[in-house]
Every structure is written in C-alpha cells, then in structure tokens.
Write a protein that binds this ligand. Sequence first.
Ligand code: ZN
Ligand code: ZN
Ligand code: ZN
Length: 356
Amino acid sequence: MCRSPSSPADHDSDHVSGESVDTIVYILTSGGRRIPAHAKIMASASPVLENVIDRPRKHRSSEKIIPILGVPCDAVDVFVRFLHSTKCDEDEMEKFGIHLLALSHVYLVPQLKSRCTKALIGRLNIESVVDVLQLARLCDAPDLYLKCMRLISNSFKAVEETEAWKFLQNNDPYLELEILKFIDDAELRKKRTRKHLQEQSLYFQLSEAMDCLHHICTEGCTSVGPYDKEPSKNRAPCSKFSTCENLQHSIQHFANCKKRVSGGCVRCKRMWQLFKLHSSICESPDSTCRVPLCRQFKMKGGQQVRNKKEEARWELLVRKVVAAKAISSLPLPKRKRDQEEEQPRLVINHQVSVAC
Ligand SMILES: [Zn+2]
Ligand SMILES: [Zn+2]
Ligand SMILES: [Zn+2]
C-alpha cells in the first residue's frame, strides 16, 4: 500500500512547487502517488532518467511524468530522495534494500547500488539468501552474488530446507546447477588449499631440520656434536629442540645401526636422505662443511645417472626447502609466528618419508 503523501520528496515539493514545468518532473508510482522532483538533479543523478527527461513532450505546457512502477511507493520515495540528497537511512535500507538495488541497477545509479550491496551483504541470512542471490544475478552485483554463493555453500544443509530453495529447484534448474557447481568448486579449492598448506608446512619443517643438522654438526647440541668435538653435557636445549632432539636420535641411530641403508633400515634411509638434502642446499666449500656425507654427495651428484622423473622431484623439493629457508629467515610479525607455533609438528622421520 502506498503511504499518505508525507514523502521525503514532499520536502522538495514545497521547494519545487513554484518552479516552471521545465524544471519539475513528477514521478508516478504504482500506488498512484505523484512525487515532484527537480528535473536537472534527477537527470544528473541518473543517465537513464536524463534520457527520459530530455525526450520532447507532446505539448510544451504539459507536465513531465515519469512512471516508476513495480516497486512499493515508499521505495520509490526513498529512491527519489536519494537522487536529490544522496542520503538514505538504515531503516529505509532495511525495509527497501532489495527494491533500491533493483532501482539503482535499472536507473544506473552506482553510488546507491554500492550502498545497497553493502547493506544487503550485512543482512544476509539463510532464509533470504536464495532470493537475494537471484536479485544479485539480475542486477549484476558481483560482490553480493559471491557472498550469497559462499553463504549457500557454507550452510547448504540449512539453505536446502528453506522455501526459497524448494521454489528455485522447481523453477530455475539452471541457477540450481550453477549453485551446485559453485559448491563443488569451493570444495575443490578448500582441498587444494589444505594440500598446499600441508606441503608448505612440510618444507618449513625440512628447512628447520636443515638448520638443526648444521647446528648439531658445527656447534653440537645436547647429545650429538661435531666428529672432532665431544658434545657438551651441560648444554641447555637449543631454541628448536623438539626438531633437534629427534634429529640427534636419528644421527645416533645412523651411526650405530647394524642394518644400515643397504640392509633396508627405513630410519637410516630417512637420515641418509636428510644428509643428501643438506648436501643439495649446502653452499659451504667441501673442505669446511662438517655435515657427514656432504662432500660424498656433492662428488657423486655430478656423476650419478638418475631417473629423470626422480631427479626432477628431488630438485623441486630442494627448491621448495631453499625457498622455505629464505622465508623463515625473514622477520615475521609476532601474530604470524604465534600461529605457526600452534601448528602440530611432524616428527622428523615422517618428514622425509613424505618428501621423498
Ligand atoms: Zn640443538
Ligand atoms: Zn638403521
Ligand atoms: Zn655441507
């Protein structure tokens, strides 16, 4: 129903009542209300209205009437007032947000469209999301469309129960398909992101293992030290001790194992791969590096004929670990560091088995 004429534009009507027919236009609403408006202001706010206003009239003396039908009178009222003042309060947005979005799209008023998009995004809920999605699609509002799709995708079970979804299933199979495809793609994106994060975490841990290996073999840690130096018994655990301790046990095992790599010992094989990884990223001259097997691996590296696929995988691993090492050497904001420290840590034996 159309509200009695106490419209915001009436505020203008006093103002425009004394002006000539060339400067005033009347907006006719579905409820039969005539809202007076400034022709120039309306024309400058909307290129669509500008075209209508500039169209020649049949009789020069006749009033210019522009019908805006199909939306509630009060929504048109708010729309006309917005074109005059660029203002619209939250209550009006709450009541007429969807109508104002449609009007802003049809009459090409980007400022109002952006206000409506933001307001509708802020008020999205399970019950309305399907209807708002359809509107966003019709009105070419990509931000709103994406937010609706994400809400549907994240709360699909609840959305499926709404009347709007049931109606859509019966009446718009193309949009239903579009939504289901978005949900599938979102799942795929989540899986990819999870996999990427797991891989990144692995490279960071391998990079830390490389730092620890270097530190154990040059300075020594609690139970293992350089071959020519006894480890200091009173040494306090280092800052990366959870990795370092594991690595020291693995080095001790490697040194004492009877089966060794050739005998099929998995633990020795992993340690051997860590030594090899060190050698691949080691930049010290052969004579100065104290990490076991570093020199041997470097010498072998040039002669060994390896499987090309395996070689490419190994090189990729080396590059990723080098990149992770470079990144972890950069100072990170405190919050980021705290987040990283909260992540569960893999034990060193597991790291290499995943990597190789
Ligand atoms: Zn240590
Ligand atoms: Zn072993
Ligand atoms: Zn080395």
